[in-house]
Design a protein around this ligand. Sequence first.
Ligand code: SAM
Length: 259
Amino acid sequence: MIIIKSKGEKMNKKINKIYSGNEAKKWYRDKPQSISDFVGKERLLQTIKKEIENKCVLDLGCGEGYITRKIAKTAKKIIGIDLSQDMIDIANQTNKYNNVSYLILDIKNIEQIKETFDVIVISLVLHYFTHEELKTVSKKIAKLLRPGGKIYILGINTDELIKHKSSVWIRHKKFQNIKIDSFLEIKCLITCGEYKNSYRRVGFYYYKLEHYIKSFINSGLDLINIKYLSPTKKLLKQFPSMESEKNLYVLMIFEKNDK
Ligand SMILES: C[S@@+](CC[C@H](N)C(=O)[O-])C[C@H]1O[C@@H](n2cnc3c(N)ncnc32)[C@H](O)[C@@H]1O
């Protein structure tokens, strides 16, 4: 395993705290467990299935390797990257595939990767970046894509989140007004989250979808599809609580044209 140390910013410290020790262990699973697995990642995996056949894939912010493991049988080669040493340790300990390797690296320093990829997956990660960081990070990510390659970004459908005020992140009264106001004023939703059984302002950045789209288009990519993801009727029957977060996930697909 190669370790490339990242710059010690405040956000990185926060991320390392959230995704460390027992908190990191809680993330490990091989079957869908949460709404984001059932609705978001299952659809992401279905969508990329054909695209990754015998291809080189980069999984950015791979966590403990949930998605990486699921695509290992189909892809030719996969590199999973994450900031958290503990998440990468779990990913390595549970890895059964020769074509998978993991790296501890801050996505903000992604230019240290000297390869290019056919497919890049970014699942539930972009909310750790400020708007300024997003602008530079999207350019660096786009450079790692081969001509004709695609980036699949699974994210929170912030436009929906703001309409319904329903997500777990904004449900708590204490934070509701602050967050809604800041979203409207500075177009950024600073969320709170359930962390160690209590609600805290964790300070993640959820921007309007147009900001993500602009960042990647300005990095030279074409937006080729946006899928708004909702649970199936069967899932809603099985998990009625999903009703309140029904349209919470979005999958954005960008392509690098081969000119
Ligand atoms: C919500 S988890 C998602 C994990 C995985 N992509 C999935 O969908 O199951 C977010 C992951 O992003 C990682 N992360 C956040 N900021 C990062 C950064 N700047 N560089 C690398 N990884 C980062 C965290 O350590 C964490 O493992």
